[in-house]
Design a protein around this ligand. Structure first.
Ligand SMILES: [Zn+2]
Length: 247
């Protein structure tokens, strides 16, 4: 019987009778080892090849094999070209992003100046930066605007904060007319508590944390109090008070 050379899809050559369509090739289910994950009927024996690791697959004549090789090569080259193009695009985006990256780092440094922990804005900016970097995504105009808004808001706050000052000496008993600007009510182990943010006529900020609901929002009164501490919150100098008494 006349025999011809035939290839399996992995390129192994078999000498087979003319007219043969299939030749053995590595079982794609088990990868040729003959075993597969356990099941009750076959145990660990691969049912794709009955454990032989080989099964009949499409055979290629010399001519078909050469054509297949050519097709595979073209496919490979196309994939390579695509990945090269993608890498070039990524580089381009990274280059275009660089000034914004730098600006974000600058603003984060500005925001972290004297801060003990990162604020919401800092986390937002660092998130934006790492996302743009890992995903190689260009910054949107909206993002760029947000960076500048955060920076200018911070500077404004800082400027306003620089104008504020602490009042009195720690431990000093004082009397002043205060207006309640903000009321926060909460509960702790000890029961209800309030945090009042108050202001005097010169715009100085006072904070009272305690159990006495001294004033309602926008209400004013002359109050006697003791200066407990001087703190700074978001650039604003706050005079913390205790033992308040409404006159
Ligand atoms: Zn198999």
């Amino acid at each position: 019987m006349e025999k011809i050379k035939m290839y399996n899809r992995e390129g192994d050559v078999y000498l087979v009778p003319v007219g043969t369509k299939k030749v053995p090739s590595t079982c794609y289910r088990c990868g040729g080892c003959g075993e597969y994950s356990y099941n009750q009927i076959d145990g660990t024996v691969c049912y794709g090849c009955n454990g032989s690791g080989k099964r009949l697959g499409k055979g290629y004549t010399e001519k078909q094999w050469q054509a297949r090789q050519k097709r595979e090569e073209a496919k490979r080259r196309k994939a390579e070209e695509a990945s090269r193009k993608k890498e070039a695009e990524r580089l381009e985006i990274r280059k275009a992003n660089a000034p914004v990256d730098d600006r974000i780092i600058e603003v984060v440094e500005l925001l972290m100046e004297g801060a003990s922990s990162p604020s919401k804005s800092v986390r937002l900016l660092t998130d934006m930066l790492s996302r743009a970097r890992t995903l190689s995504r260009p910054y949107t105009q909206k993002q760029k605007d947000l960076v500048e808004k955060i920076a200018s808001d911070h500077l404004k706050l800082k400027e306003e904060g620089a104008k504020t000052s602490h009042v009195g000496e720690i431990g000093q008993r004082m009397e002043r007319e205060l207006t309640c600007k903000r009321v926060y009510e909460g509960t702790s182990h000890y029961g209800l508590f309030v945090i009042l943010t108050l202001e005097d006529s010169e715009g100085n900020t006072f904070v009272y944390k305690g159990s006495k609901p001294l004033l309602a929002k926008d209400e004013s009164a002359v109050i006697t109090f003791t200066v407990k501490a001087h703190e700074t919150f978001r650039e604003v100098k706050q005079t913390i008070i205790n033992r308040p008494k409404v006159k």
